[in-house]
Design a protein around this ligand. Structure first.
Ligand code: ZN
Ligand code: ZN
Length: 584
């Protein structure tokens, strides 16, 4: 999964993609009342966040639109305080393990939402918070609603869009240039949602003339409001004297955001130090392998004196071994089956092979960014439990672009990609998470756990003999892992240590062996997001540490399969909470 540019609420909903079952079996009466509370809470939560409800698939409030003014933000804080009180009225010790985790997730979520409003104040400096494109697109693409119904809901949803955007303009004060640019661009893009294909849908519907007129009027009003919003943002951008806020949030806010978003006992600086140490360790290992492989790939050629340059030459050479644009789909398909066989044969999971993991051509609406990705179907309220491994159609891509994708995902890294995205990474974890999930975990699942798990699996599989310890595979694995630790260095470096763009380019080019386009994208991503780039490395660090602790505790009785089964049985919860229960 690739989580990009998502903050707070939206992030939580997208993490919900895999986790579907809203109700689990509860034993005691304390648990029953907690389950009731959860369901009651989620209903009022969606009422409070109707746009979020559209993404989650909670149909009751699709027609509502929250106006982002000071009243609304005050009401959000009051809401969070009220439900923190209600939550604290439960006796934590009387709850089941699963509910204890839910309790902790909810407490963090409510505290976090207060902090986002009263301390981080994203609403004031990140104008990308104001955009109706994605939710309206979602609404119009709901599979469980008839066309007329969707259009009627859309009409109501758009009723007060003029107030929405005028409140947004009043709420924004001293934004960053980066978020302003992005907001202008994204809102411009959102106009498409209200364009030709919507007009066709209206034509195709059987709404009455009056209903159609009202809808058209609401759409026109929305388009005008978006255009005005974009024009105001552009005006700020072209104002030479405008003092933009620095996109760097600084160490204090970064540490707090790290605590709320990732939910971990590590602090950000600790993770940064570990990432730097990991980077140096990988370089050492890569140099050893490169020296050993040198004669095989370069014969008598004199190696360069700079070890990083030498490693880069070896990476480039080995990357030439890759699938063709025509064969890559079949290669990946076969790989997933081999990986399934491997985890059973090596006794790593109680994997039920009847669970539906489907390798498919990537649907058009997701294509563009990556070669392959995992996805579930629908939001937390949908009942389907499929996991998809989407593979881009490289044969339809310009030759040059396909070739560079294939060097990046060569014979070796393609296997790591399949481990990470599908088996036993995201797709397999999604299957377990579906079984374990409460609605709280489905909606507020933890991204660091989900990404950390996929990263954990990469090394775990190699350690268990996948690829037979081929030195080429280890070299490529370290290159792959450099991206994860450098994500931390980039994120923390930019926001807390004032790293310049030049610092980032040097790091990623010389020390992580990345290409220019990739570096440009990463830098941009780090200027418009905070903390999310740390989730991969932090999550995997926590899982590895937990595995070591359990191993130590159980000694000779330790079984990796039991560890995996137990760990995944808690659903997509923060590793910190899973740890507390596993070490009890
Ligand atoms: Zn991932
Ligand atoms: Zn090639």
């Amino acid at each position: 999964m690739k989580y990009f540019l998502l903050s707070g609420l939206l992030l939580a909903q997208l993490f919900g993609a895999f986790r579907n079952k809203p109700f689990s079996n509860k034993a005691s009466s304390a648990d029953n009342s907690f389950a009731d509370f959860e369901n009651r809470f989620m209903d009022v939560y969606w009422k409070q966040n109707p746009s979020g409800a559209i993404f989650a698939g909670y149909g009751k409030y699709y027609d509502e639109l929250k106006i982002p003014d000071s009243t609304a933000f005050a009401s959000d804080i009051a809401f969070a305080k009220k439900y923190l009180d209600t939550l604290h009225s439960f006796d934590y010790n009387n709850l089941s393990s699963a509910d204890k985790i839910d309790y902790n997730i909810l407490e963090n979520q409510l505290r976090s939402s207060i902090w986002y409003i009263d301390t981080l104040k994203l609403r004031e400096w990140d104008p990308t918070n104001y955009n109706l494109g994605a939710e309206c697109y979602e609404l119009l693409n709901k599979k469980d609603l008839a066309l007329n119904e969707k259009l009627q809901l859309l009409s109501k949803h758009l009723q007060h869009t003029d107030n929405y955007f005028s409140a947004a303009l009043k709420t924004i004060r001293q934004p960053t240039r980066e978020h302003t640019q992005l907001a202008a661009q994204q809102n411009e893009g959102s106009l498409e949602v209200f364009g030709a294909s919507l007009a066709d849908s209206i034509k195709a519907s059987t709404l009455s003339v009056a209903q159609k007129d009202t809808l058209q009027q609401h759409i026109q009003q929305t388009v005008a409001a978006i255009k005005n919003f974009v024009a105001q943002l552009e005006k700020t951008l072209t104002d030479k004297n405008y003092a933009f806020r620095n996109f760097r949030i600084g160490e204090t806010l970064f540490n707090q955001k790290f605590k709320y978003d990732i939910v971990t006992d590590y602090n950000a600086k600790e993770i940064f130090d570990r990432a730097v140490a990991a980077k140096n360790y990988y370089h050492g290992e890569m140099y050893k392998i490169t020296k050993m492989l040198w004669p095989k790939y370069f014969g008598n050629q004199q190696p360069p004196s700079d070890s990083l340059v030498m490693i880069k030459m070896m990476i480039d050479k080995i990357s030439l071994n890759h699938a063709s644009p025509e064969s890559v789909f079949d290669t990946i398909n076969q790989q997933v089956h081999d990986l399934e066989k491997f985890i059973i044969q090596k006794n790593l999971f109680n994997y039920d092979t009847t669970s539906p993991l489907i390798v498919r051509k990537m649907p058009a609406y997701m294509s563009g960014a990556t070669l392959a990705s995992a996805s579930g179907v629908g939001g937390p309220y949908d009942k389907q439990t499929l996991a998809y491994y989407n593979v881009a159609d490289l044969s339809a891509m310009p030759r040059e672009k396909a070739e560079s994708q294939l060097r990046e995902h060569n014979h070796y890294t393609l296997q790591i990609l399949s481990i990470h995205e599908a088996m036993p990474g995201h797709c397999l974890q999604g299957v377990y998470s579906n079984k374990a999930s409460s609605i709280i975990k489905a909606v507020f699942g933890n991204g660091a756990m989900v990404e950390g798990w996929a990263v954990y699996c990469e090394k775990m599989m190699l350690n268990n003999g996948w690829a037979n310890n081929a030195p080429e595979m280890w070299l490529m694995f370290y290159k792959w892992s450099l991206r994860e630790c450098c994500n931390v260095i980039v994120d923390y470096g930019i926001h807390c240590l004032n790293y310049s763009k030049d610092d980032i380019v040097k790091l990623l080019k010389n020390e992580a062996f990345q290409e220019d386009a990739q570096i440009e994208e990463k830098y941009h991503r780090a200027t418009i997001s905070q903390v999310q780039l740390c989730s991969y490395f932090t999550g995997s660090t926590e899982i590895n540490a937990l595995c070591d602790e359990v191993k130590k505790k159980q000694g000779n009785n330790f079984s990796l399969k039991d560890f995996h089964e137990k760990f995944l049985s808690y659903g997509s919860a923060p590793v910190k909470y899973i740890r507390e229960l596993m070490l009890q």
